[in-house]
Design a binder for this molecule. Structure first.
Ligand SMILES: C[S@@+](CC[C@H](N)C(=O)[O-])C[C@H]1O[C@@H](n2cnc3c(N)ncnc32)[C@H](O)[C@@H]1O
Length: 309
C-alpha cells in the first residue's frame, strides 16, 4: 500500500481541528518573524557600540566589553609575553582584543563548542568546556614542550593528590627520547620543537596568566533555566582556572545573573584575593549579564573545599 493511500485515510479529529484553527496563516508567521528581526536590525543600526565596532573593523560590539574590563582591571601587559585562554571565543572579538593588547609573542587560545576561524595570531580549539578532556587539550597547548601519546586515554587519568584533579600525564620530550629505542616513534606527535623546551627550562604546572570566559548558550527566555546553565559554564571556567591559572593570575567570567550569584561569588572569593562584579557601559542595560572578575589567584587552592564549603 502506498503512503498516498494511507494519507487519504487520515481523518482530522475535532480537537486537532481546533488546534489547526489556532495556527496563524503562513503570511502571519512571516510577519511575526520579520518584525522581531527588524527590531533587532534597528537596534543594531542605532547602537553606538555596533556603529563604532563597524568603523574600527572589529568583529562585534562585544569587543568594547573586554576593552572596558581591561581598562579598569589591567589584565593585559604589552611588554611581557602572556598566555591567555578565551573560553567561548566565537566569533573572536575578545581574542582579537587580547591579541592587540598583549605582547606580540603572547600565546592566545580560543575555545568554543562551535567551529570558528580564529583571528590572526590566535589559535583555536573546537571543544566543549564541560568535558574534562578539553582541559587536557588546553594544558597541552600551553605546555608546548609536552608530547601527547596518541593512545593515551584522558578519561582514565587518576586523581592527582597534589592539587586535586587531572595531572599533566603527558610525555615530556626527555621521556620520549629515552623510550625512542624501544617504542615506535609514530605513536607520539611532537607539538613543538625540543628547542622550546631548552629555552623554557622548567615545565609550568599552571601555565596560564589570564582566563576569560564569555560563554553562554542562546538564552531560552526562561530566566531561571538560563541562569543555572550560565552558572554551570562559570563553574567549568572556574575549575579550569583552579587547575591551569598561575598564582596571581586573572579571571573574567560572564554570568547571566540570578539567585545563585552569591554562592558563585563566594566560590570566586575562595580562589582569588580580589573579586569584583562589573557591568560595562557597553553591556545592554536590559541584559541580565554581568562580569565577575577575579584578580590575584591564591597560591594554594583546595578545589574540593571551593565546591563543598
Ligand atoms: C557570547 S558568545 C562569545 C562572544 C565572544 N566573546 C566574542 O567576543 O566574540 C558565547 C560563546 O560561548 C560558546 N559556548 C557556549 N557553551 C559552551 C561550551 N560548553 N563550551 C565551549 N563554548 C561554549 C558559544 O558557542 C558562543 O560562541
Amino acid at each position: 500500500m502506498s503512503s498516498v493511500v494511507l494519507f487519504s485515510k487520515w481523518r482530522v479529529s475535532p480537537r486537532a481541528k481546533n488546534l489547526v484553527s489556532l495556527l496563524p496563516r503562513s503570511g502571519e508567521w512571516l510577519r511575526l518573524h520579520s518584525s522581531s528581526s527588524n527590531k533587532w536590525i534597528n537596534r543594531q543600526q542605532n547602537d553606538v557600540y555596533s556603529k563604532e565596532a563597524k568603523l574600527r573593523n572589529l568583529k562585534s560590539r562585544a569587543s568594547f566589553k573586554l576593552m572596558e574590563i581591561d581598562d579598569k582591571y589591567k589584565l593585559f601587559k604589552s611588554d611581557v609575553p602572556q598566555s591567555v585562554l578565551d573560553l567561548g571565543f566565537a566569533p573572536g572579538s575578545w581574542s582579537l582584543v587580547a591579541r592587540q593588547r598583549t605582547d606580540p609573542s603572547s600565546m592566545i587560545l580560543g575555545v568554543d563548542i562551535l567551529p570558528c576561524e580564529p583571528p590572526r595570531g590566535v589559535s583555536s580549539l573546537q571543544a566543549n568546556i564541560l568535558s574534562s578532556k578539553t582541559q587536557d587539550l588546553i594544558r597541552l597547548y600551553f605546555s608546548k614542550h609536552f608530547q601527547v601519546d596518541r593512545l593515551f586515554n584522558t578519561h582514565s587519568i587518576p586523581i592527582d593528590k597534589d592539587h586535586g584533579y587531572l595531572p599533566p600525564r603527558l610525555n615530556t620530550i626527555e621521556d620520549t627520547v629515552e623510550r625512542e629505542a624501544e617504542q615506535d616513534n609514530e605513536e607520539y606527535r611532537e607539538i613543538f620543537t625540543a628547542d622550546d623546551h631548552a629555552h623554557t627550562g622548567k615545565i609550568a604546572k599552571r601555565p596560564i596568566d589570564v582566563i576569560l570566559s564569555d560563554m553562554l548558550m542562546n538564552t531560552s527566555g526562561v530566566p531561571l533555566r538560563d541562569h543555572l546553565l550560565s552558572i554551570d559554564l562559570c563553574d567549568a571556567a572556574l575549575v579550569t582556572a583552579i587547575d591551569l591559572l598561575k598564582p596571581k593570575g586573572a579571571f573574567v567570567c560572564k554570568l547571566y545573573r540570578g539567585k545563585e550569584d552569591k554562592s558563585f561569588e563566594k566560590r570566586l572569593r575562595s580562589v582569588f584575593d580580589k573579586v569584583h562584579i562589573f557591568k560595562p557601559a557597553s553591556s545592554r542595560s536590559e541584559s541580565k549579564e554581568a562580569y565577575f572578575v577575579g584578580l590575584k589567584k591564591k597560591a594554594k587552592v583546595d578545589k574540593v573545599a571551593v565546591f563543598t564549603s
